[in-house]
Design a binder for this molecule. Structure first.
Ligand SMILES: [Zn+2]
Length: 199
């Protein structure tokens, strides 16, 4: 328990020596036993107190606190409580700060060229030079559109559309067709569609 310093004070006219938190230089003073001594009527003394009430109350922390505040000496109590607080362990939990993570640029894997998923041949179409243009639809560099149709597991030639020169020729083995840069030729069991060989 912190011991609050108390001072002795006595009326100039004599009497008991009382206790008070602090003897002011001017103004009234309030003793622990509850008396108020007017300004100029008292003096601080170095002698031991002999007021029974003051002595008893000097052991009563609450009384002393009250006297302190009565004399507007709250700052002294505040100082004491602050000193006590300092000796106490602060109840502050310091959260460990995560180590500063440097913004590292994400290293994306080098873009791989899309795998060639277009097979050399799709059913009756030789795909070399053609670009897929939808389900079963292929387009030649000159804009010949060849449409294939699923027949079981096979893609069979279904339709050719071209706004340009088209030559259809009857051969021994069937119909041959030349449309732009695309040629269509009969096979044993159907047709083969491909880009025309450059002359
Ligand atoms: Zn007293």
């Amino acid at each position: 328990m912190q011991k609050v310093h108390l001072e002795s004070v006595r009326r100039k006219s004599g009497g008991r020596i009382h206790l008070t938190p602090r003897v002011p230089r001017v103004g009234p003073v309030t003793t622990l036993c509850g008396q108020t001594l007017d300004d100029g009527s008292y003096a601080a003394v170095g002698a031991e107190p002999d007021c029974a009430n003051c002595l008893r109350r000097s052991h009563d922390q609450a009384r002393i606190s009250g006297a302190f505040f009565a004399q507007e000496e709250g700052s002294e109590l505040l100082r004491l409580s602050l000193e006590q607080a300092k000796t106490r362990k602060p109840n502050l939990r310091v959260l460990p700060t995560p180590p500063a993570t440097k913004e590292k640029p994400v290293e994306w894997p080098a873009a791989k060229a899309p795998q060639e998923t277009v097979p050399d041949q799709v059913g009756e179409l030789v795909t070399r030079g053609f670009k897929p243009s939808g389900e079963g639809v292929w387009r030649s560099p000159q804009g010949v559109i060849v449409r294939l149709r699923r027949h079981g597991k096979e893609w069979r030639f279904a339709e050719l559309v071209f706004e340009g020169e088209v030559v259809a020729t009857r051969g021994d083995d069937g119909l041959r067709l030349k449309a732009g840069d695309v040629e269509l030729a009969p096979t044993d069991d159907g047709f083969e569609v491909r880009l025309r060989k450059k002359p």
